[in-house]
Design a protein around this ligand. Structure first.
Ligand SMILES: Nc1ncnc2c1ncn2[C@@H]1O[C@H](COP(=O)(O)OP(=O)(O)O)[C@@H](O)[C@H]1O
Ligand SMILES: Cc1ncc(COP(=O)(O)O)c(N)n1
Length: 282
């Protein structure tokens, strides 16, 4: 495991990262997935909660959004005191919350090259198909959130929703990446996990000039809840450690692949990908 990020020395202040996302009461996705990956990577995680979801392994039965000014205040509070080296967004729930997050990030130098990298996972729905973003928030995603992103990490359903592009092969995956760059993201990572009939899963990263492909043989598991969050959280950790973008994505792919291998059943539905493999159980 010589590819892992170095752990902090005991008692020293670790790298800090911020997640701006929703809470998953089932503990597999959202804020909880991010904090699992942050902690097991040796990164101190700060949080700005955008929504409380009532969620278990079967689905989402309730969403209670946090007032946008409280979301903004959480970000401001931790960034101005604790200081973060990278940040990510997950479920942002509404156009009002997106506007508050983008304005606060702009003021604090998060994203769009103001030095603190911002990873945007444009979460629209849970894996069960339950909505996590209001339909009228898509314009705010396109016009405000994506242009702030140092990196945007959509899955193929989010690509279709945000750009209208149906990814079916390498050419349409490339077109999707360029559509996100045209919207204003600095880098785009188009995840291939949803091409379920393919024997491998390929993610494509580009900033418009260079392309990087990350291919992993498809792991057979019904337990992949929180996979996208875990990938984006691991990228955020690597960026907080100063790794460059292609290296950070390479690191995160190895991380999420181990987490997919270690995924476990939970409840009556889909279990989570698991960073608990890091604890080294037999
Ligand atoms: N069965 C699988 N085997 C290997 N890698 C996978 C598998 N499913 C998803 N991945 C990878 O996990 C990450 C999350 O992917 P994806 O499922 O596309 O997004 P999301 O979790 O946001 O829906 C990506 O890096 C993807 O390539
Ligand atoms: C609070 C929250 N954030 C994100 C997801 C997406 O994760 P998944 O696609 O695995 O359901 C989720 N289900 N809940």
């Amino acid at each position: 495991m010589d590819w892992l990020l170095p752990p902090p020395a005991p008692g020293s202040t670790p790298a800090r990262a911020l997640t701006i996302a929703g809470s998953d009461s089932g503990g597999g996705a959202g804020i909880q997935a991010d904090m699992r990956t942050f902690a097991l990577t040796g990164v101190h995680g700060c949080v700005a909660i955008t929504a409380v979801t009532v969620q278990n392994s079967v689905g989402v039965t309730g969403v209670h959004t946090i007032p946008p000014e409280t979301v903004a205040a959480q970000i401001e509070s931790v960034v101005t005191d604790i200081g973060v080296l990278a940040a990510k967004t997950g479920m942002l729930a509404s156009a009002e919350i997106i506007e508050a997050v983008v304005a606060t990030c702009a003021r604090l130098g998060i994203g769009a090259d103001d030095t603190i990298p911002l990873v945007v996972d444009p979460v629209a729905a849970s894996m069960h198909g339950d909505p996590l973003l209001r339909a009228d928030a898509l314009d705010a995603v396109r016009e405000q959130l994506v242009p702030r992103a140092t990196l945007v990490t959509p899955n193929l359903d989010e690509v279709r929703l945000i750009t209208g592009i149906e990814v079916i092969d390498a050419a349409s995956q490339r077109a999707a990446a360029h559509a996100f760059l045209d919207l204003g993201a600095s880098w785009a990572l188009i995840k291939g996990g949803h091409l379920r009939e393919s024997p491998s899963s390929t993610d494509l990263l580009t900033e418009g000039t260079n392309e990087h492909e990350y291919t992993v043989e498809r792991i057979a598991t019904g337990h992949d809840h929180g996979g996208g969050d875990t990938l984006a959280a691991a990228i955020t950790c690597a960026l907080a450690h100063g790794v460059n973008m292609p290296g950070a994505v390479g690191y995160a792919k190895r991380w999420v692949t181990e987490c997919l291998r270690a995924a476990y059943p939970l409840g009556r539905g889909h279990g989570p990908v698991s960073p608990l493999w890091r604890l080294g159980g037999a």
